[in-house]
Design a binder for this molecule. Structure first.
Ligand code: T3D
Length: 254
């Protein structure tokens, strides 16, 4: 259900239930979590790329998973939440290639990518209120921060189906590319990041996430601490040396 492939320093994860529009089940979420934790531990993985197989990125929670049973969503959400936390706290860049529809928690997962590309035909819908649910998988946290409160209100209360171009205009994605070039472009971007100073990129990601909860004084303090850490990396040494020698740097992610 979650396919793994290595492209040098990039780990490509593909949500692979195309016959169900990659709808999310407990089993799929557990596989995704395991893959993310492996990526965290594996020093050879310098960047992650997440996409979906078939015509959708993900239709969100599989609405058939619980059959006629009354679902225990509060319990089930623990599985979503640990995936979201794994993505958000992975100190490696995450590129998401949205190949088709991203709805509900599928949209949430897509937005947790640090850099997000969409195929020209991709669509985005928050979907939750349409089935009487509240936003989850961190969407209530992330969406207002990405698009502002006013737009988040519209997207969450009315749940319009946004085109890739509309998502681009709102800043939900960074690039829109023709469907046939999506994976190639996303891999190119992930490789570029993987060849970069990935410790510094990971620490930058941490600073951005932490900025949501810190005062200015605290943010300045954390910048100083993490700059200290980045300043001790071989990549910083190499970056400065390469600058002086007027050549491209060769970063190692340490
Ligand atoms: O803890 C918890 O578990 C709660 C967590 C909740 C998190 C959530 O994600 S809640 C939101 C769940 N997702 C949705 O409500 C989205 C529902 N789907 C859609 O809005 C649309 O299907 C799409 C925008 C994703 C795609 O639209 P389209 O027009 O390309 O396809 P379609 O015709 O609507 O769907 C095709 C088939 O996929 C269809 O089945 P059929 O009629 O061919 O047998 C449809 O029922 C099925 N499908 C689509 N989404 C889901 C699904 N089956 C199960 N679960 C789905 N989420």
């Amino acid at each position: 259900m979650v396919e793994r492939a290595r492209h040098e320093g990039v780990l490509l994860l593909t949500l692979n239930r195309p016959e169900k529009l990659n709808a999310l089940t407990g089993a799929l979420l557990d596989e995704l979590y395991a893959a993310l934790e492996e990526a965290r531990e594996d020093g050879a993985v310098r960047a992650l790329l997440l996409t979906g197989a078939g015509r959708a990125f993900s239709a969100g929670q599989d609405l058939g998973e619980f059959g006629e049973e009354k679902p225990d969503y509060e319990g089930h959400l623990r599985r979503y939440n640990r995936v979201v936390l794994a993505l958000a706290t992975l100190e490696k860049p995450v590129v998401v290639a949205v190949n088709g529809a991203a709805a509900g928690a599928g949209m949430s997962l897509a937005l947790w990518g640090d850099l997000r590309l969409a195929a020209a035909g991709a669509t985005f819908s928050t979907a939750f209120v349409r089935i009487g649910l509240v936003p989850d998988s961190g969407l209530s946290f992330l969406l207002p921060r990405l698009v502002g409160l006013s737009k988040a209100q519209e997207l969450l209360y009315l749940s319009p189906r946004l085109s890739a171009e509309e998502a681009l205009a709102l800043g939900l994605v960074h690039r829109v590319v023709p469907a046939e070039r999506l994976l190639e472009e996303a891999l190119r971007m992930a490789r570029e990041l993987a060849e970069g100073p990935t410790r510094a990129l990971g620490l930058t990601k941490k600073l951005l996430l932490e900025s949501f909860r810190l005062s200015l004084e605290e943010a300045l303090g954390l910048e100083a601490v993490l700059q200290g850490e980045a300043g001790r990396t071989l990549d910083h040494e190499e970056g400065v040396r390469a600058f002086r020698e007027k050549r491209p740097p060769r970063f190692q992610g340490r």
